[in-house]
Design a binder for this molecule. Structure first.
Ligand SMILES: Cc1ncc(COP(=O)(O)O)c(C=O)c1O
Length: 451
């Protein structure tokens, strides 16, 4: 066995032994769940061990069935108002006796649509969905109906949910998605204006929409050198619909990433955090396209679902918009920057090469000897470097042993409303300690990352 493999094996044994002692009930439940749930869990399987079974969540904490308490630095990557925010719980409780689903127009929905219109400069009209994937399915359909074209341009390394065209991205298809869906897709690189312009110009008569995040989740990468304004100009020039994915990063700014970077997309898709903890999605944007959702029109798209816009979900979402005020977003953005600075210092103290990128409440760790990374493909390639990938997987597991949860497969962190400075400091302390644990492994597997 090579020295690096030996170090990785020994570290895994240490991490796993602590975890087994901490979570006997979770392990038992994980094993028995395999009887009736494919794979034994609906959630991520990428941990390499059994998952913690949630007992309850509260604020920025997760409590498992074994009585452990963890600081949640992820919150589904978007529910950064915190778990069970009292105002959201109160709004739901108030609605319950009035009805869960009314199948009738509801003034709460009217108010939600109005609030989104007031909040986001690019929004004329709003339409409810159940989550991000459904919002994207309808947004893409609307763009195609509007332009009467079929092709969709996507940024390599992006995730927009599991609807066929939104999901597939070479070399990754999915069993069950017809291969010819790829004929309708074109791919460009984030922040590559020249390459993007060429692909769009050469296919201009066939392109219905360009899909992008306003701030790229893969590596928490900001648009550079006016990439979003460039996308706006080139799509406008060729009559292409520009669609922003606001599912993870809407809360970077009170008006979303379009407002943050002063760009008005034609459509935006919302999900996850927009429901404040309840499954919710929205498609919103310019009148000319949103009119295709008008079910009275003869030229309209199929975009209806039995429970869309139900008053329970809408109540939660309305409360959520109230909570995520301009002041609160500024405060958590400052906390996110404080956390990023702490992680940078921890990297330095542990003698590791890398950097933290992000904006405000959304930050990501890059372990690399590059000084800058501006596209998600490079970020994912770096993250998957053999040796580093395994070490970082154990790093995240060891962090959980210390009571700090980040994403299972990536080192992204979110600052949330309930997360205090003390909890950030505690998390940074745990991160530094864990950096020191993996340093000897990285010295063998990826020595360029060790100072
Ligand atoms: C950036 C992004 N877009 C779209 C989606 C899909 O949303 P949903 O899981 O609600 O379908 C997700 C979900 O993780 C996401 O992170």
């Amino acid at each position: 066995m090579s020295k690096s493999a030996e170090l990785l094996t020994r570290y895994e044994e240490q991490v796993e032994s602590i975890w087994r002692d901490m979570t006997p009930k979770s392990r038992e439940l994980c094993d028995s769940a395999k009887r009736f749930t494919p794979g034994g869990a609906v959630r991520s399987h990428s941990t390499g061990t059994h998952l913690p079974y949630g007992d309850r969540v509260d604020g920025c904490h997760v409590y498992d069935v074994d009585g452990n308490k963890y600081i949640d630095l992820v919150l589904g990557m978007a529910c950064i108002m915190g778990h069970n925010h009292p105002a959201i719980v109160a709004a739901i409780q108030e609605q319950i006796p009035k009805g869960l689903v009314t199948y009738k127009p509801d003034v709460k929905w009217d108010l939600l649509a109005e609030k989104m219109n007031q909040r986001v400069p690019s929004i004329d009209k709003v339409w409810p969905a159940f989550g991000g994937s459904q919002a994207f399915m309808w947004a893409i359909r609307a763009a195609r109906a509007h332009t009467r074209r079929d092709k969709i341009v996507k940024i390599r390394g992006s995730y927009h949910g599991t609807y066929d065209d939104a999901f597939i991205s070479p070399p990754h298809g999915s069993p069950g998605i017809p291969k010819d869906r790829l004929n309708h897709l074109l791919f460009v690189d984030w922040n590559d204006k020249e390459g993007t312009e060429k692909v769009i110009r050469e296919n201009k008569d066939d392109i219905a929409a360009v899909l992008t995040e306003g701030f790229h989740t893969g590596g928490a990468l900001a648009p550079q050198d006016g990439y979003l304004s460039f996308l706006r100009e080139v799509t406008e020039k060729y009559g292409i619909v520009l669609i922003f994915d606001e599912i993870v990063n809407f809360w970077l700014d009170h008006g979303g990433t379009g407002k943050l970077y002063d760009v008005e997309p034609d459509l935006c898709c919302y999900g996850k955090g927009i429901g404040g903890g309840i499954a919710m999605g929205l498609v919103a944007g310019k009148d000319a396209i949103m009119n295709l959702f008008n079910q009275e029109e003869s030229y309209r798209i199929a975009a209806i679902a039995a429970h869309q816009g139900d008053p329970l979900t809408v109540s939660a979402s309305l409360a959520c918009l109230e909570i995520m005020s301009e002041d609160e977003i500024s405060r958590i953005n400052a906390n996110g920057e404080y956390m990023a600075e702490g992680i940078r210092n921890a990297l330095k103290d542990a003698g590791l090469r890398g950097f933290v990128s992000g904006y405000g409440n959304h930050q990501a760790l890059h372990l690399t000897d590059q000084t800058d990374v501006d596209d998600p493909v490079t970020y994912f390639t770096n993250t998957n470097t053999p040796g580093l990938k395994e070490a970082m997987s154990l790093f995240r597991r060891s962090l959980i042993n210390k009571g700090v949860m980040t994403l299972e497969n990536l080192m992204h962190v979110r600052a949330s409303i309930p997360l205090t400075k003390e909890e950030i400091d505690f998390s940074i302390g745990a991160i530094k300690e864990t950096f020191l644990e993996i340093r000897p492994i990285l010295a063998e597997t990826t020595p360029h990352l060790v100072v």
